[in-house]
Structure formats: structure tokens, C-alpha cells
Design a protein around this ligand. Structure first.
Ligand code: HEC
Length: 112
């Protein structure tokens, strides 16, 4: 009887943890993929296909934080107090991408 209880508990724990894991990774992968697609379609006309390197028209942006990405997309300017990498260049805002800022962040944060 003790042994059966132990086994049932084990199976229960296994089911619980496997559910949690799969939910998380499906969500992360989905958002990451959207961000990757947008980056590789729109952003690379100026930024490098490898976000860790400078592009022809725009600087490297590996690991850019959420606030910086949001600010550049919505206003084309840096958040107050953040130093631009290329102070003499200007990025035109892309506010139609508003709902994809989390996806772009999900993608860009994986580069260092
Ligand atoms: C038409 C060219 C162009 C496109 C397209 C473009 N950018 Fe930029 N981006 C720039 C330029 C130029 C700068 C530098 C401007 C500045 O520092 O004010 C910049 C700067 C940035 C920065 C800040 C870098 C830093 O640390 O100073 C981020 C973040 C950024 N872009 C993200 C993006 C993302 C994400 C996309 C795609 C959705 C994108 N950009 C599309 C031209 C572009």
C-alpha cells in the first residue's frame, strides 16, 4: 500500500512538472519566432542580420532591453538617460509594430 502511494505521488509530480514545462516553452518559442521573423524581415534593412554586429545603417542591438526597444519603435528616440550607440544617426519610429515589441525583445535578449 505504501509503495502504491509512493508511485502515484511520483506519477502525479511527473505530470505536474511536464505540463508546466511544455506550456512555458511553447509560449517562449512562439514569441521568439515572431520576433525573429520581424527582425529578419524589417530591422535588417538597417541593422545587421547578426544583432551583435553593426549594420550598414544602424548599430548593434544585441541584448537591448525592453524599454530601449519600445522607445525606439514608438518614438525613434532613446529613453531619457540612455546613451545612443550612434549619436549622429536617427531611426524612424515603427509604431505599427507596437504589439510585437515583446516578441522583438524575446528574440533580441537571447544575444549578448
Ligand atoms: C531605416 C533604418 C532602420 C530600421 C528599419 C530599423 N532601425 Fe533601429 N536604428 C536605426 C538607426 C539609424 C539607429 C541609431 C539611431 C539612434 O541611436 O538614435 C537605430 C537604433 C536602434 C536601437 C538603439 C541602439 C542603441 O543602443 O543605441 C534599437 C534598440 C533599435 N534600433 C531597434 C530596431 C528594431 C527592433 C528594428 C526593427 C523592428 C529596427 N531598429 C529597425 C535604423 C533603423
Amino acid at each position: 500500500m505504501d509503495r502504491a502511494c509512493f508511485l502515484i505521488t511520483l506519477v502525479f509530480i511527473f505530470l505536474l512538472t511536464s505540463c508546466n514545462n511544455s506550456n512555458k516553452s511553447v509560449y517562449a518559442t512562439d514569441s521568439f519566432k515572431k520576433g525573429e521573423t520581424i527582425y529578419k524581415t524589417l530591422c535588417i534593412s538597417c541593422h545587421n542580420i547578426d544583432p551583435r554586429k553593426d549594420g550598414i545603417l544602424a548599430p548593434n542591438i544585441a541584448g537591448a532591453n525592453y524599454e530601449l526597444i519600445k522607445s525606439m519603435i514608438m518614438t525613434g528616440k532613446h529613453p531619457v538617460g540612455v546613451e545612443p550607440k550612434w549619436p549622429d544617426a536617427k531611426m524612424a519610429p515603427l509604431p505599427h509594430l507596437k504589439e510585437h515589441i515583446p516578441d522583438l525583445h524575446e528574440y533580441l535578449k537571447t544575444f549578448k
